[in-house]
Design a protein around this ligand. Structure first.
Ligand code: NAG
Ligand code: NAG
Ligand code: NAG
Ligand code: NAG
Ligand code: NAG
Ligand code: NAG
Ligand code: NAG
Ligand code: NAG
Ligand code: NAG
Ligand code: NAG
Length: 364
């Protein structure tokens, strides 16, 4: 911990409650619905219980050009866990969810290991490819997979099968001169899974005593680059240098940075200027830390009366737009999509005014 690190958390302070000006894009007054192949297939699915609209819960988000992708929590009654919707619409009613790439890719009936079982974490790389983690299904002996889709033609570019199944929880992408790597978190596991695109290989690097929850990667121009890890069930935020994930060593020593104000950061995201965003289970706000300065948590967005375990999903697009969904388990409208212009893109990109190394990384 840096000796001069300070934690001043201004919970409930309204002047900080909106650090960006969000506008509402869509609001779904009722439950979310899918774009079905036919009205008959929808009626049939409602009748046989394979579609229960009340079960739909968004968990992860990614945006590419005019399309927004969501991962829905997969359980009985949710027929597809990877869907897309347009980022704007002429229609007065909010858009429906379209299974991506098509209905055919989603498990319909009993085990088929070539389908998408449960999508749990996504990222779009700088070449316009969508990377999707898929938990697999132990009941049908389907191991977990990493799918890479080309968003120009919607085709599958690669499927990597892991040697384990279940418990994925988000990924980040590290595009280096030596190749592209994915760093993957798994619920409650004291390790990070590393995947090398060029080698089509994956391996595990232990993070002793730190069961990883959410993860984020420092900006491209910060040297050395670090992976931030939020500890599951705790407030603690750690970091490890990414070099430790591909130097052949299978263990690392995470360094404690500071504590967030709340437990269980389930989603973190870094922007290209070094602002780290985080959402917390059962909390009605998201917060930020400017990683170019000593740790200082600030409220970014708050919602009155929000009650849900997983209230927000958020992501940055290529145009420096911050997209956020707000999900309320109890009150209607259940689901809203907001956006705000921010000055930065996602950590995948260099910040425009910062082509070299202009962010200090003293606080990793
Ligand atoms: C939000 O809008 C207000 C009023 O238009 C403006 O003063 C403020 O600077 C804006 N904040 C951001 C972060 O753009
Ligand atoms: C980003 O900006 C480009 C050019 O200004 C535009 O063509 C594209 O549709 C924008 N993407 C999004 C997601 O708004
Ligand atoms: C699922 O499979 C059933 C029977 O094979 C078929 O009738 C139905 O149309 C399929 N549903 C979708 C959404 O593909
Ligand atoms: C899964 O694999 C185990 C061990 O190989 C086997 O006993 C079991 O029958 C398999 N289950 C299914 C659904 O294939
Ligand atoms: C890819 O899918 C989107 C809808 O998700 C569609 O608008 C687009 O035309 C598709 N592109 C191709 C090349 O099929
Ligand atoms: C990548 O590895 C998977 C095994 O995880 C294999 O099935 C697949 O064929 C490989 N793809 C390529 C392009 O090498
Ligand atoms: C690429 O690999 C070489 C040799 O392992 C290493 O010295 C260098 O730092 C790596 N570069 C990046 C950008 O990771
Ligand atoms: C591997 O990492 C551990 C923990 O950071 C360190 O103690 C050990 O010296 C490293 N081993 C090698 C061979 O680099
Ligand atoms: C983050 O801190 C740096 C260094 O103090 C500063 O230059 C930058 O403007 C800050 N970023 C934001 C978004 O406030
Ligand atoms: C968020 O919840 C806290 C307590 O849980 C409450 O004090 C605060 O007023 C809520 N925020 C808003 C905007 O309602």
């Amino acid at each position: 911990m840096t000796p001069f690190a300070v934690v001043i958390f201004l919970l409930g302070l309204s002047s900080l409650a909106t650090a960006a000006n969000f506008t509402q894009v869509f609001e779904w007054p009722n439950e979310l619905d899918f774009e079905w192949p036919s009205e008959e297939s929808r009626t049939q699915a409602l009748e046989d219980g394979t579609f229960k609209p009340v079960k739909i819960q968004p968990r992860y988000m990614a945006v590419y050009e005019a399309r927004l992708f969501l991962n829905l929590f997969k359980e009985d009654g949710v027929p597809a866990s990877l869907v897309s919707l347009p980022t704007s619409s002429e229609s007065s009613s909010p858009p429906k969810l379209t299974p991506f790439p098509s209905w055919d890719f989603h498990l319909n009936g009993s085990g088929n290991c070539d389908k998408i079982h449960r999508a749990e974490g996504m990222e779009v790389d700088s070449d316009g490819r969508l990377w999707v983690l898929d938990q697999g299904n132990p009941d049908s002996n389907c191991s977990s997979k990493l799918w890479i889709f080309n968003l120009i033609n919607n085709e599958t570019e690669l499927i990597h099968r892991f040697s384990f199944d279940e418990y994925f929880h988000d990924l980040v992408l590290d595009e280096t001169a030596n190749g592209t790597f994915a760093y993957i978190a798994r619920w409650m596991e004291s390790h990070v899974v590393v995947f090398s695109l060029e080698r089509n290989e994956s391996w595990i690097v232990d993070t002793p005593k730190v069961e990883v929850n959410s993860i984020a990667l420092s900006t491209k121009d910060q040297e050395p680059r670090h992976l931030y890890l939020a500890r599951s069930g705790f407030k603690e935020l750690y970091s490890i240098p990414v070099a430790a994930l591909h130097n052949g060593n299978r263990t690392t020593e995470p360094r404690l940075i500071e504590n967030w104000a709340a437990d269980n950061s389930y989603r973190m995201l870094m922007d290209s200027h070094g602002t780290l965003y985080s959402g917390f289970m059962y909390e009605n706000y998201t917060s930020t830390w400017n990683t170019s300065r000593p740790f200082l948590e600030q409220s970014f967005y708050q919602v009155a009366g929000l009650e849900s375990a997983w209230p927000f999903t958020f992501s940055l697009d290529q145009n420096a737009t911050f997209w956020m969904t707000v999900f309320d388990d109890v009150n209607m409208p259940r689901f809203r999509l907001l956006k705000a212009a921010v000055a930065a893109k996602s950590y995948i990109y260099n910040s425009p005014e910062c082509p070299g190394s202009c962010h200090k990384n003293d606080y990793a």
